[in-house]
Design a protein around this ligand. Structure first.
Ligand SMILES: Cc1cc2nc3c(=O)[nH]c(=O)nc-3n(C[C@H](O)[C@H](O)[C@H](O)COP(=O)(O)OP(=O)(O)OC[C@H]3O[C@@H](n4cnc5c(N)ncnc54)[C@H](O)[C@@H]3O)c2cc1C
Length: 389
């Protein structure tokens, strides 16, 4: 598959014709519709809102969910390939799709009532409505179970108070999946709608990473919602954590897309750029860098491909997802840096993608569980000894 590249171990031989076609469609969309816009949005710190319905039309939102849940019913490998291509474009684009599909559509599909599914999923899948996911708080990031946001039953309603921090799509969202703790310490999920009394958002400015993505703070002051807005089929921290497993799966594929774009850019540049007597690609030091990059990319491809098989077979564990998210963020981070280095002075400008990816990866490395938290998850899995509470 020419666009999967580099495909050193011919992994595309394992992909179905449908999966290859889906990847090609996503690649073409990013190339023709997204890349011409990204630099301007990145510099301004905005997101190309006009592309949201197109993402929906192409079936890129919640793609692996069943069609009746607003998805496209494609395999998890196809879903991964879509996110790979979106993040080859920019992490902001992939983040939009991840939040909408894995963090908003998934919990409504998995934990919502039939009324909630009927009300929201089709519009979310088409990109007619936008969602966000509020778990992190100003004082609770890596330990979301400590959350201070509170929900209190009042007759047939719930009253919600608290604030959520770093919320992707926060201010542009029509609905928010908000996680809050009741008086007995049980975490519950709610669907809050834009415009509800006491529910407000403020965008976070000054980001030097993931600039083409809206990130907001959400505030809830005595927000009254009916019990029908509560996700009825889940309680406890496993609710938000199971959504994060879905999103982390996509991030592992997405980071690979960013790494591939950095590698391709560096390879092309190194073959063109002449210093001393020949192209810089002809020098052993540059070749060592390229060899290292393609090896890491190949390892990461094998990891996500196998992870996708396990997910499609219903056998994937959240610890396996942690390993792929952790590994692929780390290798993408290294590859972006080395790629930037190969581009020399040109590498520090927005005219070339590596430094944009490099800055974005800092967010992706941190969100959806930091590198350290995934290290601890794997550490607990292999030793049986939790190192945090
Ligand atoms: C651009 C962006 C978008 C985001 N979007 C969303 C969103 O849509 N919804 C949402 O709910 N959240 C979102 N987040 C929040 C994100 O998930 C958190 O930033 C992340 O979980 C880390 O939390 P924190 O920033 O509070 O860092 P902290 O938890 O304070 O961690 C700070 C550092 O301490 C380390 N650390 C923490 N605990 C331990 C430990 N036990 N042992 C060793 N090291 C430790 C961490 O690894 C990290 O390096 C987003 C974040 C960013 C930056």
């Amino acid at each position: 598959m020419k666009n999967f590249g580099p495909d050193y171990y011919n992994i595309s031989d394992f992909l179905s014709d449908e999966e290859l076609l889906i990847q090609q469609t996503a690649f073409d969309f990013v190339k023709t519709e997204f890349l011409p816009l990204i630099n301007e949005h990145y510099e301004k710190g905005t997101f190309p809102l006009e592309l949201i319905s197109k993402l929906g039309d192409l079936g890129f939102l919640g793609s692996s969910l069943p069609i009746e849940s607003g998805g496209a019913g494609v395999t998890n490998i196809a879903y991964g390939l879509i996110l790979h291509e979106l993040e080859r474009g920019d992490s902001g684009l992939r983040s939009f799709a991840s939040v909408q599909g894995a963090l908003v559509m998934y919990p409504i599909h998995a934990f919502g009532s039939s009324e909630q599914r009927a009300k929201w999923l089709s519009d979310l899948g088409k990109g007619i409505k936008i969602g966000c996911f509020g778990l992190t708080e100003p004082n609770f990031g890596s330990n979301p179970g400590g959350m201070a946001t509170a929900c209190k039953k009042d007759g047939d309603d719930w009253i919600i108070n608290g604030s959520k921090m770093w919320i992707t799509n926060g201010s542009i969202a029509d609905i928010a999946i908000i996680w809050a703790k009741d008086g007995e310490g049980i975490i519950r999920g709610f669907i809050l709608e834009k415009g509800m009394k006491g529910f407000t958002s403020n965008d976070i400015h000054g980001k030097l990473s993931l600039r083409a993505s809206i990130t907001s703070e959400l505030s809830m002051v005595d927000v009254r919602v009916p019990d029908s807005s509560r996700l009825p089929n889940i309680e406890g921290l496993k609710g938000p954590l199971s959504c994060l497993t879905q999103a982390r799966y996509g991030i592992a594929w997405g980071m690979l897309g960013a790494a591939v774009d950095c590698y391709n850019t560096a390879l092309e540049y190194a073959k063109e750029r002449k210093q001393f007597s020949k192209p810089i690609a002809g020098y052993q030091l540059t070749q060592a860098k390229l060899a290292e990059m393609i090896t890491k990319i190949t390892e990461a491809q094998l990891m996500v491909y196998r992870l996708g098989q396990l997910k499609d077979q219903g056998k994937m564990s959240f610890q396996q997802v942690s390993m792929a998210k952790r590994n692929n963020c780390a290798i993408a981070r290294d590859i972006a840096k080395i790629s930037r280095e190969i581009l020399g002075g040109n590498g520090i400008t927005i005219d070339y993608s590596p430094i944009r990816h490099m800055a974005n990866i800092e967010s992706v490395y941190t969100y959806e569980g930091t590198h350290e938290m995934h290290t601890l998850i794997i550490g607990e899995d292999v030793t049986g000894l939790p190192s945090y509470d």
